[in-house]
Design a protein around this ligand. Sequence first.
Ligand code: ATP
Ligand code: MG
Length: 442
Amino acid sequence: MRVSRFFMPILRDPPKEAEIVSHRLMLRAGMIRQSSSGIYSWLPLGLMVLKNIEQIVREEQNRAGAVELLMPTIQSADLWRDSGRYDDYGAEMLRITDRHDRDMLYGPTNEELITVLFRDGARSYRDVPRTLYHIQWKFRDEIRPRFGVMRGREFLMKDAYSFDLTASEGKKSYNRMFVAYLRTYERLGLKAIPMRADTGPIGGDLSHEFIILADTGESEVFCHKDLLELEAPGNNHGPEDDLEPVIAPWLDKYAATEEMHDKAQFERDVPADKQISARGIEVGHIFFFGSKYTDPMKCSVQGPDGALTPLQCGSYGIGVSRLVAAIVEASHDEGGIIWPESVAPFKIGLINLKAGDDETDKVCESLYEQLSNAGQTVLYDDTNERAGAKFKTMDLIGLPWQIIAGPRGLKQGKVELKNRATGEISELGLDDVVAHFVGART
Ligand code: ATP
Ligand code: MG
């Protein structure tokens, strides 16, 4: 992509309405714009990151055996009357009346709809276990939308739903998602800690929130410091494996959100020098709630003995759009964003220091072509902005690598390669800079 053809409205000055760094940087980098309170347009650079995160979430869901589908954003109120949640959900639900005076709503979550779909599609115990998921926009009329896409009213969520015959099988599905979540956050470059959590309006008694520690987080959390050292499990387990032992290192150590915090237990079980009491951002939440929805909505299958059994269920949410902001909170410096390679909108920013100079243009065009042809994603700044402004923009938008080409270096046949995260700059010949990306994987 050429900057001269791209749409990336950079703001030089910090926007006044933004209270936290991720919101400020996402506005300044031209990733998002608010269209009304808590409702955002995703501009090209923001959308690329959102899609990259979505894809990692999808791959790890698929790897865990979950199956993707797509449910609509608008649902019928009757569905929610059947589960008994229509009145309970309260003012966060955006209620809509259509032209025939039918009560509709913009879905804040999908337990009801998926339960009906599964009920109508599954007949016998052979149709379970199954975990289904979709990645779809949700609407919650938050009382205080704030911090940009961190707490929006319209936001993108991955929500998965598991269906099992027995509670013990259901817990296995829960554990499988637990592992998938650990792997997902690790690939996103985040340290997310699973913490015992309250279940709120979703219901049930087993629940974990996945939290990344950040001063700007809205939750107060308590945990054992060693949890920060754990690495996500590998993906070498079969569909029937019991993953309880795999997640035991996380379950064995104290970690709880404010609502579930037990001060006495925390002080008893965690040595003083290992006690973390901090703020955190909730990037995912998983629940096991048994037959809370399958009972009222009559979602049963015939067991091996012929008897109808209501299915045992869990639901599993990841805030995909919130993650964009969470990654920025976790990875930035005074110059701007520092994207982990796994989600970066482009891997390389190519800076032409003297657009209009024949030799520099020729070299940049050739690098742009070679790298692009080799499958690298490159944002080429071919504009005639001042060098200083180009550097500032590249640092702000946080691409992992910058290639800087100007007449002075090119006299010796050299360009500069800068690593955004470390700030390290090296001088390389033209072939070597291409080889750096194309030859060996970095
Ligand atoms: P919170 O406690 O932050 O309000 P929640 O408990 O209501 O979240 P869940 O129903 O568990 O949220 O939704 C699953 C995930 O969706 C959350 O872990 C979070 O990452 C994301 N999410 C929830 N509400 C919002 C929102 N208003 N804006 C952006 N992301 C959200
Ligand atoms: Mg929650």
